[in-house]
Design a protein around this ligand. Structure first.
Ligand SMILES: Cc1ncc(COP(=O)(O)O)c(C=O)c1O
Length: 396
């Protein structure tokens, strides 16, 4: 029997998707499932993006430039300028989702055996991207009691070794919903400069900042231009997850020319999806005002509901559309599976993402789940009641 690689064997399963077979079985039994497990917004994609594809007369669906359409990169640079991020189109490579941008970033700055430090809980696929690159994730723990604020800089410094290549942050955070303050971004800037590290900032949820708070991009810290790599995506911004378009942005020319070699190896990002993404930049501001209003209202409904369930603890998210909830169970993994296999309330149940997979420290987050509030409010209210009833019935 030919042997699978060690890397392949240790490649983690996605905690967001691993319960899918149980959900499919539940659906076959006629159970309706409220999906709180996945960040697939139910928000409509902007019409202008859909129309651009519909009305396109392309006759040969050709490769594009490996860095993406020149016209799209120009418009992206303008979009960033509008958001206070002064970059030119040469600082941008269009990728197949933010996922590929993360892979290009890791591929460009790490060698097998290197380390990246990431505040945990973090977007679970960082584990997968790190494993694929032969890199170890070194977690620095943030906690629910502080709302998952940036851990003290001294905690990062304790973990820095000659193998450390980068600090990775997600802002606003998936799965925490935490939005870093300007002061926290400045502290990180000082840290990466002092230790000559890269700072990879995943800013795919940039627009989703609530309660009048402002998003602070790492790209505004001009004294660390050589260190900063920004990851971006159209997936959540325009509810275009299936387009598979993102980008990697950096003012570090050597980094971009290195990432460009990875981009050339995969030839080009998808052509039709770039047409849609370029057009999406014309989305009227009112779209975001409405969407953000929706998310704030959903968040408020969800958090208020969760707070009334005995034993449930939750930090109010300030951005993105996720929260981490601590449940009165020992093993949220088993509970999440039980919800799909053995529980229903009036023919309905919920699917949540066990949070342990969002940590790389073993044994942490075992009693937590990630909940995405990407459903309408009446469904979220129902989901809270299902969770309340399930926790009453559940025997560990
Ligand atoms: C924090 C974060 N980064 C990156 C991604 C990858 O997004 P995509 O590859 O769809 O652009 C996601 C998707 O959920 C995410 O939540």
């Amino acid at each position: 029997m030919p042997v699978i690689s060690n890397k392949g064997q240790i490649m983690p399963q996605s905690p967001i998707r691993k319960l899918v077979p149980f959900a499919e079985a539940a659906k076959e039994r006629g159970i309706q499932i409220h999906h709180l497990n996945i960040g697939q917004p139910d928000i409509k994609t902007p019409q202008v993006a859909l129309d651009a594809v519909k009305n396109n007369a392309i006759e040969v669906l050709a490769y594009s430039h490996s860095a993406g359409f020149a016209s799209y990169r120009d418009k992206l640079a303008s979009y960033y300028k509008k958001n206070g991020i002064d970059v030119s189109s040469e600082d941008v490579i269009v990728t197949t989702g933010g996922s590929e941008a993360l892979l290009f970033a890791m591929g460009s700055i790490t060698d097998p055996g290197d380390q990246v430090i990431i505040p945990e809980p973090f977007y679970a696929n960082y584990n997968g991207f790190a494993t694929a690159s032969g890199v170890s994730v070194v977690p620095v723990i943030s906690n629910l009691d502080s709302g998952f604020a940036l851990p003290p800089i001294a905690d990062f410094e304790k973990l820095i070794t000659s193998k450390t290549k980068a600090i990775v942050i997600c802002n606003p955070g998936n799965p925490t919903g935490y939005l870093y303050s300007e002061d926290e971004i400045k502290q990180l800037a000082v840290l990466v400069k002092k230790h000559d590290l890269f700072l990879i900032a995943d800013e795919v949820y940039r627009e989703f900042a609530y309660d009048g708070l402002k998003h602070h991009s790492v790209m505004t810290q001009r004294d660390i231009d050589a260190h900063t790599i920004m990851i971006d995506s159209v997936s959540k911004r325009y509810s275009m997850c299936g387009a598979r378009i993102g980008c990697i942005v950096s003012r570090n020319k050597e980094l971009i020319s290195t990432a460009m070699k990875f981009a050339q190896a995969r030839l080009s990002p998808p052509t039709f999806a770039q047409v849609a993404s370029e057009a999406a930049l014309e989305t009227p501001e009112s779209y975001f005002t409405d969407v953000i209003e929706d998310y704030v209202s959903r968040r408020n409904t969800l958090i208020a509901g969760l707070e009334t369930i005995p034993g449930v603890k939750v930090a109010k998210p300030k951005g993105a559309f996720y929260c981490i909830a601590e449940l009165p169970v020992e093993n949220a993994d088993a509970f999440a599976q039980w919800l799909l296999e053995s529980f229903q309330l009036d023919g309905k149940t919920i699917m949540v993402a066990p949070a342990a997979g969002f940590y790389s420290s073993k044994g942490v987050g075992l009693n937590q789940v990630r909940i995405a509030y990407v459903l309408e409010e009446n469904l979220l209210k129902e989901a809270v009641e299902i969770l309340r009833a399930a926790l009453k019935e559940y025997k560990e």
